[in-house]
Design a binder for this molecule. Structure first.
Ligand SMILES: C[S@@+](CC[C@H](N)C(=O)[O-])C[C@H]1O[C@@H](n2cnc3c(N)ncnc32)[C@H](O)[C@@H]1O
Length: 200
């Protein structure tokens, strides 16, 4: 199939088996950081711009958002971004290779506030297994949300896996790295932040 050579996107026919992430980034063997639920990409683009020595993978299920970030990455000449339109749990469980990720950013995941929808929340024991499998030993997962009940649930579920993850001081973004969602809330809502390191 003809694909534009300049596109940052990873296409469906490439996602039926674990991804060769290093090849997707041109075999430059740089560390790979993953923004799960990358949305409109403010964080991903700023981070990739500031850290050309790191490769950034953005995953989101909304095609419109993936396309928007793709266009901006191309316009800004960022060759260290790749984008995957995919359901987050599937991607982390089946497509991301073991011990391949140097840092995860899970920033403002959908909180599914209604109790009857809590099953849709990303953080559950199966997701934690997948997260752990894909992180390099010593890699951090940075979490932020404005939904404090969900924040408490996330922290509880991560702390319940203390044999695998160690809690450390929470990561704080720079001004440029604040996500699109964070900018909506920063003035008038407290934000819960936590960072956990994968043990060896
Ligand atoms: C509340 S937004 C936050 C976006 C971005 N991280 C930010 O802070 O601006 C949540 C994002 O996660 C994506 N998303 C939600 N559930 C997802 C899932 N199960 N798989 C992949 N993406 C998902 C949505 O499409 C949306 O772009």
């Amino acid at each position: 199939m003809n694909r534009p050579e300049t596109s940052q996107r990873i296409y469906p026919e490439q996602v039926l088996q674990p991804l060769d992430l290093d090849a997707a980034f041109g075999n430059n063997h740089r560390p790979i950081e993953l923004d799960l639920g990358s949305g409109k990409g403010r964080f991903l683009l700023a981070r990739a711009q500031a850290h050309p020595e790191i490769n950034y993978l953005g995953i989101d299920r909304m095609l419109r958002r993936i396309r928007k970030v793709d266009r901006k990455a191309e316009r800004n000449g960022l060759n260290n971004i790749r984008l995957l339109r995919m359901e987050a749990y599937y991607a982390v469980s089946y497509l991301i290779p073991a011990e391949s990720i140097s840092a995860y950013y899970i920033l403002f995941p959908d909180p599914w506030p209604k109790k009857k929808h809590h099953d849709h929340r990303l953080f559950n024991p199966r997701f934690i297994d997948a997260l752990y499998r894909t992180m390099k030993p010593g890699a951090p997962v940075h979490i932020a949300t404005d939904h404090l009940p969900y924040f408490d649930e996330i922290v509880d579920v991560m702390r319940a896996h203390a044999e695998r993850f160690e809690e450390t001081e929470a990561w704080e973004p720079t001004e440029e790295e604040r996500t699109d969602f964070e900018l909506l809330f920063i003035e008038h809502k407290p934000i819960g932040r936590a960072t956990f390191i994968r043990k060896g």
